[in-house]
Design a protein around this ligand. Structure first.
Ligand SMILES: Nc1nc2c(ncn2[C@@H]2O[C@H](COP(=O)(O)OP(=O)(O)OP(=O)(O)O)[C@@H](O)[C@H]2O)c(=O)[nH]1
Length: 856
């Protein structure tokens, strides 16, 4: 910015002292000045104003004003104080003085203003000093000002009249007397008003200040033109705020003028400071031209012009899109940014987790395996040998997870063996397990649940370490187990694969430290790390309502550190950590990464698998409430993948893989089905068999399907009661078939979007055959309705040991000797099946109807 220079004589006028006095004052301070024409910078000027201003404003000042060289000859506009910033204290005083004097002068002059106006019209622009002192002059000149055309009084008169005009301008509308004099102010007054007092013209900047209502309008024009000359000069000298750059800033202009009006001397430099415009702004998808201009700090017309040049004809209230705003922004050297995405009210803002600040953390292990292969025994063996023995005074306590120490390093074990808890957790989106230990009994080998466990671990992408248990037993054959596992993709390291397999005996506690060492080795490979210095984030492992303690949740912290007193949010619950208890029943004050602790202080019982976060109290409560609202809404529309909506989900791009769990009565069928299903070709979707097995569809299948968002296809098999219940709560679609072709057709049709079933099967009850009585040639079944009901018209499915042996209809249904339409739960009945006689005691009947599905 160009440095503003001030002439000595200008400063002298400003503070009513002799220029020579200033020259000598400056010389005395070793500031090189030659004469009153020398110029000084703002700093020097401020010094002079400060040091000499007091003197200048003293009682001597009025006399100074009358000095001839100051009241005539010099182009006073050049020293117009608007351009010259002064010490802030002074103008305020001056303003006050001026206001007082204005009142006095005004009272004295009364209506005579009009008479003086003719002179005033030809007068020059007043300088600041004149205006400042005009009140005084009015007082001083007293009678003299009443003589029209008196040449000696002319200047004074002009000065005085301008002084009063200015004050009128400020006070305009405040009283009838001021209004009376409105016209008298003529061009000069209007000119000044237009520059100095936007309030007088409704805040609109006017260039002319020409008052059309004035009876002197014509005269005013002329005067205005003259005054323009002055004004232009002044603008040139000052690099004025009225320049092109600043003019569009109407509101800022307005403010400046108001400000100026109060303090003429301060205006110009401030004005320049306010012109600073943003170099970047945020604009959403669209914005109105008006708002855009406001953000840019530009006049709306400027923006419209730019848009016009871009070929867009828009009006002030019209919306422009982000891209257009970007183009305009470029022209104005302003970057147009996208606003940050809106925060999901049910989620906490992401915490910055700098990988460089992460520190190694202990691994979290889950033990899985087939029933009775020794999962619990292994967990007990590990706990006993590594917790109670090594950590004195510890009374192990079941909190859902525990820590053991091996080679001085902790390992965390989840207490619930089996893949059920693991998968249930995963179904909720939480994956706390780093490593899975698969227990396989050396005397039993790979069993159905072993395979399930393998598939669960694979689906979760968790590395598996195999514990070949019960090696102490007679008939134990670890090699055979290894071979079996190899067939299912787990090839032992000893055979060139990458699966660690450790022979152990949970009963004799052998191989325990080996397996722990292997866990640590695997953990090292995984490079498990977490930053302990962040706000805590963890997963709820277990939660219950304790009579004495209220909601108690076991949390496994996975990042950050949880402290007593932290405000926490867990699923839809929230609260403050009141107390924490570790797996040895000790009270702790903090819990870092991979530390399981019981947490007290939540307002309700969260669910296992919920995430826990430490955050501020308000956020915890608000987010929990929002989650509760969302949960309610979601429950209404929650649905897992079902054959019926596969197509629409493919269309929406939601589904790339169609995950299927296949269960069948014999292994051969599974293979055939798997092959046929994976052969279904579609460009958008790929069929993935996440698990397959022989036997009844069980709860574990449902949980795996839920976790993998899969559907279950059963071939000649049925879901058991637990599976049915789980499928209902987890909203898993189970489809059962008796002909491979039907199954393939359905899947294919669903993928192609052609599956439009008009009927859907609805199971209405379950009946157990308790006795089979042959009467004549018929076989009558004495049956008991276990749940729901059986109706005469219903269809039935005869299931023996989880396998469907017949599907058909009833021939008759009786209670005692009467034919009945239906028999309710807990009643006995007699029934015969249409065209089927192979009924045995213990057979189960699944009773169902085909329900019409409402068209979408
Ligand atoms: N001989 C021998 N028996 C064992 C060993 N480990 C476990 N057992 C026995 O095997 C049986 C089943 O052991 P659990 O630990 O209950 O097996 P699990 O896998 O937890 O069983 P579920 O909880 O029913 O799934 C028990 O009778 C144990 O005593 C072992 O290393 N050697």
């Amino acid at each position: 910015m160009r440095m503003t220079k001030f002439r000595i004589y200008e400063i002298a006028k400003e503070i009513n002292v002799d220029s020579k006095e200033i020259v000598s004052f400056l010389k005395g301070r070793n500031i090189a000045v030659k004469s009153n024409l020398s110029s000084v910078d703002e700093g020097v000027r401020q010094t002079v104003l400060k040091e000499m201003g007091r003197k200048g404003n003293g009682p001597k000042a009025p006399q100074k004003v009358q000095a001839p060289q100051q009241s005539s000859g010099q182009p006073k506009e050049r020293v117009a104080p608007k351009a010259a910033p002064v010490h802030p204290a002074q103008p305020a005083q001056k303003d006050q003085q001026r206001e007082d004097r204005r009142k006095e002068g005004h009272n004295q002059q009364g209506s005579q203003h009009g008479d003086h106006n003719g002179h005033g019209g030809e007068s020059r622009r007043p300088d600041n000093r004149d205006r400042q002192n005009s009140g005084r002059m009015n007082q001083q000149n007293g009678q003299r000002t009443q003589h029209n055309g008196a040449s000696t009084a002319h200047n004074d008169h002009n000065d005085r009249s301008r002084g009063s005009q200015q004050n009128h301008g400020r006070a305009n509308g405040n009283g009838p007397r001021h209004n009376d004099n409105r016209d008298n102010r003529g061009g000069t007054s209007n000119n000044r008003r237009s520059q100095n007092n936007p309030r007088n013209n409704g805040g609109r900047p006017q260039n002319s200040g020409f008052n059309m209502n004035s009876p002197h309008a014509g005269k005013d024009m002329g005067k205005r033109n003259q005054n323009f000359g002055h004004k232009e000069k002044k603008e040139k000298i000052k690099g004025s705020y009225a320049s092109r750059d600043t003019r569009p800033l109407r509101s800022a202009d307005h403010m400046m003028k108001n400000h100026k009006h109060k303090n003429n001397n301060q205006a110009a430099p401030k004005k320049q400071a306010e012109v600073v415009r943003p170099t970047s702004i945020e604009v959403g998808e669209s914005i109105s031209v008006k708002d855009f201009a406001k953000l840019l700090c530009r006049d709306v017309n400027e923006v419209i012009k730019k848009l016009f040049l871009l070929g867009k004809m828009v009006t002030i209230n019209q919306e422009i899109d982000h891209e257009t705003a970007e183009l305009v922004g470029m022209d104005f050297n302003c970057e147009i940014k996208e606003p940050p995405p809106e925060q999901d009210p049910t989620e906490l803002p992401e915490v910055e987790d700098d990988p460089a600040k992460r520190k190694p953390r202990p691994p979290v292990v889950t033990v899985m395996g087939h029933v009775d292969h020794g999962k619990t025994s292994l967990l007990d063996a590990i706990r006993k040998t590594n917790v109670t023995a090594r950590e004195a005074g510890g009374i192990t306590q079941h909190i859902g997870a525990y820590r053991v120490i091996c080679q001085g390093r902790p390992i965390v074990f989840l207490d619930t063996p089996g893949h059920e808890a693991f998968t249930a957790m995963r179904a909720r989106g939480a994956q706390v397990t780093d490593i899975a230990v698969l227990v396989v009994a050396a005397d039993d080998g790979v069993m159905p649940q072993t395979l399930e466990a393998i598939n669960h671990a694979k689906a979760a992408n968790v590395p598996v370490i195999v514990a070949i248990n019960k090696i102490d037993k007679e008939g134990a054959n670890p090699d055979f187990v290894m071979q079996q596992l190899s067939e299912h993709g787990l090839i032992p390291e000893a055979w060139g694969g990458d699966t660690i397999m450790v022979p152990v005996s949970a009963r004799q506690k052998t191989g325990i430290s080996d397996i722990l060492e292997m866990i640590l080795l695997e953990a090292d490979m995984l490079e498990l790390k977490a930053n302990p210095d962040l706000p805590a984030h963890g997963t709820i492992i277990e939660a219950k309502l304790d009579k004495g303690r209220g909601p108690v949740a076991t949390v496994l912290v996975d990042r950050g550190t949880l402290h007593i007193g932290d405000s926490i949010l867990a699923g839809t619950t929230y609260g403050k950590v009141r107390a924490m208890v570790n797996d040895r029943g000790e009270k702790v004050k903090k819990a870092g990464p991979s530390t399981p602790v019981e947490v007290l202080g939540l307002n309700d019982v969260p669910e296992a698998g919920d995430f826990l976060d430490a955050t501020d109290e308000h956020t915890a409560r608000v987010v929990a409430e929002k989650r509760l609202d969302k949960q309610k809404m979601d429950e209404q529309k929650k649905a897992k993948v079902s054959l019926d909506d596969i197509f629409s989900r493919i269309q929406e791009g939601e589904m790339k893989d169609l995950n299927i769990v296949v269960k069948a009565d014999v292994q051969g069928t599974i293979q055939a089905l798997e092959q046929a299903l994976t052969n279904i070709k579609n460009t958008e979707v790929k069929v993935v068999i996440v698990h397959s097995g022989v036997g009844t569809i069980n709860e574990s299948d449902v949980m795996l399907a839920s976790a993998s968002n899969a559907l279950i296809i059963g071939f000649n098999v049925r879901p058991d009661a637990n599976a049915r219940k789980a499928a209902e709560t987890e909203q898993v679609d189970i489809r059962t078939y008796r002909v491979i072709y039907d199954a393939l057709n359905d899947v294919e049709a669903a993928i192609k979007g052609m599956l439009a079933p008009k009927f859907r099967e609805k199971i209405i009850g379950h009946v157990e055959i308790r006795k089979v009585i042959p009467i004549n040639k018929n076989l009558i079944a004495g049956a008991y309705v276990k749940d729901g009901k059986i109706t005469r018209n219903a269809k039935i499915r005869l299931v023996r040991d989880g396998i469907i042996v017949h599907e058909g209809e009833l021939d008759s249904l009786r209670r005692f000797k009467d034919d009945v339409k239906e028999v309710a739960a807990s009643y006995e009945c007699g029934l015969t099946l249409a065209d089927y006689r192979d009924i045995k005691e213990g057979d189960q009947l699944e009773v169902y109807i085909m329900e019409e599905v409402a068209a979408d």
